[in-house]
Design a protein around this ligand. Sequence first.
Ligand SMILES: Nc1ncnc2c1ncn2[C@@H]1O[C@H](COP(=O)(O)OP(=O)(O)OP(=O)(O)O)[C@@H](O)[C@H]1O
Ligand SMILES: [Mg+2]
Length: 394
Amino acid sequence: MSRTDTHEDLNAVIRQHSELLAAQLHSQRESLFPPDASKTMRKFTSGEAASLLGVNDSYLRKLHLDGKGPSPEISSGNRRHYSADDIHSLRVLLEKTARKPGDYLPGRRAGDHLQIIGVMNFKGGSGKTTSSAHLAQRLALKGYRVLAIDLDPQASMTALHGVQPEFDLMNGGTLYDAIRYEEPVPIAEVIRKTYIPNLDLIPGNLELMEFEHETPRALSRGNAGLFFFRVKEALAQVDERYDVVVIDCPPQLGFLTMSALSAATGVLVTIHPEMLDVMSMSQFLRMTADLMDVIADSGADMSHDWMRYLLTRYEPTDAPQNRIVAFLRTMYGDKVLNAPMLKSTAISDAGLTKQTLYEVERSAFTRTTYDRAIESLNAVNDEIAQLIQKTWGR
Ligand SMILES: Nc1ncnc2c1ncn2[C@@H]1O[C@H](COP(=O)(O)OP(=O)(O)OP(=O)(O)O)[C@@H](O)[C@H]1O
Ligand SMILES: [Mg+2]
């Protein structure tokens, strides 16, 4: 190492590298996604629309021929395509004549409480963001009113939804603004519409880290206003607007995660079934329980409607993984969701272009690859939807 590597130099180099990288990333994004090109949702085939609505395609065709509901786009071969907005309009139409209420609009009814789902595990890369984003989108497409919150300063879920954490949020706009100790803003100010009907987003970026730094200071001044209630109290302001809130947590057990855990009515712990991940999970569970005790000791209600483990990036042909899955299922019984999220190149490839698999056309992959992945995602998300329905007594 040369003598010139002084502290100042290192600082300057890091700053210069940061600026270079930011400029490069920005221009790359500009060419990939021009600033005026906001993300849009693809159209759905009539088969996909029918399946999302839970009706037959022939019934949808009849509605169309009878001039009822939105007109689909007709392509060559007389194929009908529906936008996500069309599907929502059809839901509203079908619900009017539904056999029982909630067949098409499955959200809350009078007396049902808001479902707040915290997706967590302090193991990095265990599939939290992938699970959160697909869950939020699937629920929205199924007619639930959903708010997705990115609580991770790394902001992967934000980027996945077409918001650039480093450029679009220069003047704040994350949940931090609504949960900070000094002059918090109303949470409604940080909620954005997305390109999917029924799905709103509170994006994240590095500013969320401020909450981790400020909380110990606020605690030492004795005015943290019970930090673990910050998320819950902020969400209470918009309770009536949503059926389900999905919170993508950061890979650590800090104040942000604890605050989400205190707000949560449902907890989803993602597990990649490999030995190293499972070993760190034991530690995660113990630390979580210890922290929850501390919070409960201060009088907070730490009861939840449900808690489940979700197996992620599961490879059914991998023998060591199967041993771990069998062992987890024996140990934790029905606390492990029946449906695992299969590992699929369709899911990781979609992620590379900042999309979920629900946003990608089936034709982008070989059919079997796409179908296998989407069936696995739907099975996971629909099992979670059943848990939600159950807590509402249905
Ligand atoms: N079912 C899957 N099949 C293939 N790849 C997957 C699957 N689930 C997640 N991945 C990939 O694994 C990586 C990690 O996933 P993800 O970002 O969801 O994890 P995470 O727990 O949110 O990570 P972090 O702790 O950094 O927030 C991503 O590159 C993602 O595309
Ligand atoms: Mg993540």
